[in-house]
Design a protein around this ligand. Sequence first.
Ligand code: HAM
Length: 430
Amino acid sequence: MFKTVRGMRDLLPVDAEMMRHVEMVSRTISKLYGYEEIITPVLESYELLAAKTSEEIRERMYTFKDLGDRKVALRPEFTASVARLVVNKLKNEPQPMRLFSVGSLYRYDEPQYGRFREFWQANYELFGSDRPEADAEILILTNNILKNLGLKNYRFKVGHTGILRGILTQEGLDDSQQNSVRQLLDKKLWAEALDIAREADISQKGLETLERLLETKGEDALQVLSQIRECVKNYENALDAVDNLWRILELIKGSGTHLEVVVEAGFARGLEYYTGMIFESYVPGLDIALGGGGRYDKLIELFGGEPIPAVGVAQGIDRIVLALTKQKVSQKTAKENSVVVISVKNECMAKALELSNLLRKVGLPVEVAVMGRSISRALADANRRSAAYAVIVGPKELEEEKVVLREMKKGTQQTVLISGLTEAILSGSE
Ligand code: HAM
């Protein structure tokens, strides 16, 4: 018997429906904020995907040679593909450009709760603005999605790559040393990160600043930022970063959006392309990020385009589904006004098919009983399928242009005129 490949999943109808629900809400939000959808290939050149991701992702990409001897890989994220598209085909478009993508991604991670080798993201990228209102938009949009989905008590971990970068650059660490420090911090290996800094001959003052910085975090965002400000006062670029993050959070607050934010000075994301504000979203009891993003102002340039600043976020659809399930958030499903049409006798079947089309025309989801079962067994099956209504089409009622409409949950039924059937269902399901 064939099985799925290790780390790959089949999504059964209940899971698929939840995934599509999250996708639908994400898509609706993309439209409300003016993000236009683009579709890029699952397969890209290895070099593109490897360019500015992280050591970890580079090692975990599904990489192979195609039959034309090209080194290719399955995309582990969207940002590189979207940036490639912007450089190749959209560089002359008026800015800002807001682009939305949704689809599957591949990382050869060790399968565990919330970590899959094939997973889904809803991804938003905003190109052309280096201003704090663009960063604020990405955070507010993410808040909007999680709120609309009905998640509770979610919070944002927020930081700024410029704080660490400002210190490390002034202390003379090169890009690759800085990347190593960031990767270790991303894995919360603080002592090891400090070791790298020591090995790179960071000054005593620099080391003390880092040590103090890593302990600076808290929920009163503006207060934490003041502490960070004090801590990095000798590092000019780090100070600019603190002010930038301050402005972003101030804008969000001023807009009336209440975000639960934890500011963490030592927060680092693994991906190498970030240059500014970074963030991740979480729910209590689930120690994995539901989504993450940030500002990356140098990627387009790196891919050979004119410099275009950018900020974006990817919502992890699979993990959002886990969070919804954990919080027992029920979603309104299509099943709520779904109908099963049952024909009592063979000679009524054509009419049953005709009526099922009539109901679908007004947007009702309809299944026709196609197994030739008795009425009672067909009704039992309709119950099992959580149908809201059964329409029973029998010869006696048809003579009077009528059918039986049964409300499955209540177990009540009435004979209604066919001309009033859709009306009866729609008014009942309001
Ligand atoms: P990321 O943090 O690598 O960022 O992924 C974003 C989200 O995708 C994660 O927070 C998580 O929910 C989900 N995710 C990642 N890996 C897995 C996995 N193995 N299994 C299940 N879910 C996973 C990025 O991908 C950036 N491209 C985000 C971005 C867009 N930054 C700027 N624009």
